[in-house]
Design a protein around this ligand. Structure first.
Ligand code: 6U4
Length: 171
């Protein structure tokens, strides 16, 4: 069973998203081309639903491993923000996503049934092949900030209707 969180009248599924960064300042980011499941055909970070009773950071490391074969220590996952995605026309798609970033892992990324991992230069990110929220939150995360945001999607479940975004400096 996946974990849920209710905020007011909205119910969100808890999920994670991991970004692997290389260079300091960041020059490249590892994104995955989603081959199956939610967001098929789009590039995203690595992650998935938090299981009932599971620690959220542990879920992030587990999903990263399932999708890429990489290992990451929980202490190397830096909290990079929290994003609430609300789909009023498809409420069961709504997720509260915990974002993590790391520069430390072991192994080489391998393609899985779900994801094809690819490195992108930070000035060549394929925003046109990502969720439409990505241009709002990914650049500040790549610049080392933490992003706390609420997104509301339109009836097409693709376009953004409303965004509220707060940036915090690196902790
Ligand atoms: P299963 O467990 O098979 O249902 P799947 O449907 O493949 O998994 P899910 O729901 O477990 O995927 O995970 C969805 C992933 O997509 C998470 O890493 C969070 C991320 N995600 C969800 N909404 C997003 C959005 N609007 N923008 C974005 N990533 C999003 O960039």
């Amino acid at each position: 069973m996946s974990s849920k969180l209710t905020l007011g009248t909205k119910e969100y599924t808890l999920a994670t998203l991991c970004l692997l960064l290389s260079g300091n300042p960041t020059r490249q980011v590892l994104l995955g081309y989603k081959k199956a499941g939610f967001g098929t055909g789009k590039y995203t970070g690595f992650g998935g639903k938090v299981e009932d009773g599971e620690d959220i950071t542990a879920a992030a490391a587990r999903e990263l491993n399932e999708e890429t074969g990489l290992q990451v220590a929980l202490s190397d996952l830096r909290e990079a923000g929290r994003l609430a995605f609300w789909f009023p026309h498809q409420p069961d798609w709504s997720q509260l996503v915990y974002i993590y970033a790391t520069r430390k892992w072991t192994g080489e990324p391998v393609e899985s049934d779900e994801m094809k991992p690819t490195w992108f230069e930070v000035d060549q990110i394929p925003y046109e092949r990502m969720w439409q929220d990505a241009p709002h939150w990914l650049p500040p995360v790549l610049a080392g900030r933490r992003v706390y945001a609420d997104f509301v999607f339109q009836a097409d479940n693709e376009s953004i209707q409303e965004v509220n975004l707060v940036l915090k400096e690196r902790s």
